[in-house]
Write a new protein. Sequence first.
Length: 444
Amino acid sequence: MTLKFYNTLTRKKQVFKPLKSKQVGIYSCGPTVYNYAHIGNLRTYIFNDLLKKSLEFLGYKVTHVMNITDVDDKTITASKKQGVSLKKFTREYEKIFFNDLKSLNIKKPTHIPRATESIKDMIKLIQVLLKKGYAYKSDDGIYFSIKKFKSYGKLAKLQKIKKSKSRIANDSYDKENAKDFALWKFHTQEDGDNFWKAGFGKGRPGWHIECSAMSMKKLGETFDIHTGASDLIFPHHTNEIAQSQAATGKQFVKYWLHAGFLTMKQGKMSKSLGNILRLKDLRQKGFSALDYRYLTLTTHYREQLRFSLENLNASKIALQRLKNIILTIKNDKKINNKYLAQFTEALKDDLNTPKALAILWKLVRDPDAEGKLKAIKKIDEIFSLDLLKNEKTKIPQKIKKLVDERERARKNKDWKTADSIREKINEFGFQVDDTGRGAKISKK
C-alpha cells in the first residue's frame, strides 16, 4: 500500500507525494502559553509525534516546525493579571508544556520559533499584503479583506458560514461568521509595554499572521503538511491560507491534517467550559502519562476520543499487561518481518493506530511467532510506550506475602479467596498478572 493521508482540504484520502523526494516539511500549531495544556490539547501533540515518527519510520527525512504563541490577547491579559512581564509569564508555562511533552515521550520539533522572536517576519508579510491591496489600515489596526481573496473559506467549506462586511479585532471570535481579521493591532493602554514599531504603526501582531510568518520562514512559501486540532480549521487555518496565498500567489500547504476532539460526558474538553484535566491531575489519580498515550492510540486520530477515568484505567491495565507479556519473551535475535509489514500497512492507511495496536497484540500473543522482541522494538519507535523498558519496582514484603497467599488459594482452586486477595493487592497500588511463568507483580 502507498502512504495515504486524509486531507481536510479535499475531504478525502490522498496518496502522499512530498514536494521533495523522501523529505517532508511539517508545521504544527503550537501552544498559546497562558495556561496549562490540558489532555485534550496534548492529544493533538501526540498525533503530531506519531505522524513525524511514522514518516521517519517509513524512510522520510522530516523537518518539523512548531511555534510558541507567546503574544496574543490571552497571554497579555493573563500576564497583566498576575503582575509579571509577558516574557516571564509565558516562559514559565512554556517550560511546563515541554515537561508534559517529555513525559509523553514526544520528540521535540526541529524548530520551535516564538512569536515574539519573529515579529520582523510578520511585519514584512503585512507590508506585502498592504502593497497588494489585500490588507487595509483602520483606526485600530491593519486588517485583511476577506472579500479580496476569492477562494476564502475553501478549507472550512464556508458556504454554511456567513461572510460579514464587518471587522473583528479579537483573536478568537464567532465561529458562525467570517469577518475581516486583524493582522496588526495598534497599541492601546491595555497592551502596556507589549508593542513593536512598524512602518504602518506601533503595535503587536494578530494571532493568525504569526503562524503564516513562522511557517514560511522555516519551510518555504509552499510546504507539505500542516497539522492542528480540528477546531482550528476555522477561523485560524482558513485565515492562514488566505493571508499566505494572497502574499505569495502560491499554494500554502499541500496536505492539511486535523486531530479530533477529546470529549467527556459534558462535551468537548476546553478551558472555556472549565472541564479540563491536566497530566498533573491524572498522575494524582494514579495514572502515568504513557497510560494516557496508550489510550489515544485506541482511537483513530481524526475521530473524537471519548475520555473517562474508566477508559483510562482500562488502558492502564492493558499497557501493563502488554509489558508483562513482553517481559516473558526471549530474545532469539531474529526479527518478525511478517508482523512488521502488517504494522507498516496500518500506518500507511492514514495512521490507523487502532489497527496497528491490534497487530502488536497479535504479535505478542502468537505462540509460533519468532523475532518478536526486535519487531516490538521497531513498533515502539512510533508508539513510544517504553515497551522494552524494564522498570524494576521494589515490591514491599507485605505484597509478596499476599501474592504467595493468592498462589496457594489458586492451587487449592479457592477462586473466591484468590479474587479477594487480588483486590487487596490492588488497594495497595499494585497489580498481579498471571503469565505462563507465574504471577507477575507491578505498580498500578
